[in-house]
Design a protein around this ligand. Structure first.
Ligand code: GLN
Length: 196
């Protein structure tokens, strides 16, 4: 069984564990750097990206997380986790992990639309996926190797670059586990490739 970690410093951690387990993998809450060696893939949850970054620094997680991504093990960033993965944040000099070639905009849907739901078609993953957006970012631009998986009103809300997956919404808050299941499949495939 695949072991999928959920970075457990802040945010929607338990909900992701539930979604991972509903997708047939083992979910592990990651609070210590050494746990990164035990897992085959990592989810960085939604929450608040600046708070999460503060905790990442406090517990010296920044370099180990970058190394984890560079080793080829899959990472799935959702909402604040997507901001942490991005190589560029619009209007800011901050870059957190900078692993995924995309430019993101924080709180991009504005105040009137602080939270909302939409049915999305996600390429190769799901049709009519019930996506929950909460003070969500979106992706302004992607690099040549980053594939757009879903848009909402012409804004990019899900993308994949090889072993890196990102979405602006919260795939763990409903009983529709197809996005998490897609990540579990990515982890299974990478495990085969990394072993050979
Ligand atoms: N707006 C938040 C941020 O910038 C993300 C919101 C979320 O993860 N639900 O970190």
């Amino acid at each position: 069984m695949m072991k999928i970690g959920v970075l457990g410093l802040q945010g929607a951690v338990r909900e992701h564990i539930r979604s991972v387990e509903a997708s047939g993998a083992e979910g592990i809450i990651v609070k210590k750097i050494a746990q990164l060696d035990e897992i085959d893939g990592l989810i960085i949850p939604g929450g608040e990206s600046t708070t999460m970054r503060r905790l990442i620094d406090k517990y010296d997680f920044l370099e180990p997380l970058k190394q984890f991504g560079k080793s080829g093990k899959p990472i799935f960033g959702t909402c604040a986790g997507m901001i942490l993965l991005a190589s560029e944040i619009n209007g800011s000099y901050d870059v957190h992990l900078g692993l995924m070639d995309m430019k993101v905009e924080r709180n991009a849907f504005g105040r009137q639309r602080e939270s909302f739901e939409a049915d999305l078609d996600i390429k190769g993953v799901a049709e009519a996926f019930n996506a929950v957006f909460i003070r969500a970012p979106y992706i302004l631009e992607v690099g040549a190797d980053t594939e757009v998986l879903a848009t909402y009103n012409d804004s990019i809300v899900a993308a994949q670059q090889g072993h890196l997956l990102a979405c602006a919404f919260h795939p763990e808050l409903t009983d529709d586990h197809r996005m998490t299941a897609h990540f579990v499949k990515m982890v299974e495939e990478s495990k085969k490739t990394l072993a050979s």
